[in-house]
Design a protein around this ligand. Structure first.
Ligand SMILES: [Fe+2]
Length: 329
């Protein structure tokens, strides 16, 4: 991808061994504990731009802007360290009004990476649940606003196969879709964002070997994967802080309107509206993201794919609402 294209779309080039970080965000964080690299042209290796512990100077920011760059890179091996450092200053970054809301969303996404990864590996789910609530509430304050254009959020979001990417994207998209559907109660929006953060909690102890398998799943593997909504529901059902709708987001997000979904195969009018909206953006994020077993779809192809399944997999009205929202500029 050329620097010009990167400037137009906001998307970072994929550079093996490195993770992209928005330059605007680095302007707010000060010195980082890791080396930062710049990539001035496609197919060239990133070059060391700023050593760990040294803040980027105003002259360097100017140089980056003049070069049309939107991202610097950190080594993949140091990404968790970078993410942990960002997590410690998360509250101040979220309140940083000089950053556009979409940029602050990108900051949240980077900041939660190592914490999502760490808490999902724990036997008890409480730490992940608390993190999901905190981030759900933060995202709700950030995105429940008419200032946020869905396609801009899409362009700034990551689109890789990491769990932290998927859950934060789905939480962000759920909030935007809920707002477009006319939900404007602050508490409900917080609950929807938290439910979206938690929707795949039932997958957390399924091995990556199965979740990322490119060949056909065996019957036993498919049963294990299709059990994740029920497993997630069972993990959360005794948490009294959750509303019925949130539990249904976890339990029903793979149910289809025509009754051919799982885990139960209920029909559309039995599916909770929050689970219906989650189903649309969950699939949208899955098919526009990179996966080990297939290439991501472009936005137009992904929206067409959703439209083909409206009325069978997805609620027709909710799907059309998301398609319309994603076409706003
Ligand atoms: Fe799921």
């Amino acid at each position: 991808m050329s620097a010009t294209t990167a400037r137009n779309t906001g998307e970072a080039a994929v550079v093996t061994g490195y993770e992209p970080v928005q330059i605007e965000l680095l302007a707010c964080t000060g010195a980082t504990g890791v080396d930062l690299f710049a990539r001035y042209a496609p197919r060239t290796p990133p070059m060391l731009f700023c050593r760990a512990g040294h803040p980027i100077t105003p002259e360097q920011f100017l140089e980056l802007r003049e070069a049309g760059l939107q991202h610097l890179f950190v080594r993949t091996g140091e990404f968790n360290q970078f993410s942990t450092q960002l997590f410690e200053s998360l509250d101040s970054v979220i309140q940083e009004e000089t950053l556009p809301r979409t940029q602050r969303f990108a900051a949240v996404q980077l900041a939660v990476a190592s914490e999502v990864d760490r808490t999902l590996r724990l036997i008890q789910c409480e730490a992940f649940v608390s993190l999901a609530e905190r981030i759900g509430h933060n995202l709700s304050a950030l995105l429940a606003s008419s200032e946020v254009v869905p396609i801009e959020l899409f362009h700034i979001a990551r689109h890789d196969a990491h769990t932290f990417t998927h859950v934060t994207n789905v939480a962000g998209y759920s909030l935007l879709l809920a707002t477009q559907l006319g939900i404007n109660n602050e508490n409900e929006l917080k609950q929807i964002a938290t439910g979206a953060m938690l929707h795949d909690i039932g997958k957390r102890l399924i091995s990556a070997r199965i979740l990322e398998k490119s060949s056909r799943l065996s019957n036993a593997e498919r049963e294990l994967v299709e059990f994740h909504p029920q497993r997630g529901f069972e993990e959360l059902v005794d948490h009294r802080e959750f509303e019925f709708g949130q539990l249904m987001m976890v339990y029903q997000h793979h149910e289809h309107i025509d009754g051919n979904g799982y885990p139960v195969g209920i029909l559309g009018d039995e599916i909770h509206p929050w689970a219906k909206l989650l189903a649309v953006v969950d699939v949208f994020d899955a098919i526009t993201g990179k996966r080990p077993y297939r290439k991501p779809l472009a936005v137009s192809a992904a929206l067409e794919c959703l439209r083909e399944k409206a009325g069978s997999h997805f609620d027709r009205e909710i799907t059309e609402c998301w398609i319309t929202a994603m076409k706003q500029t």
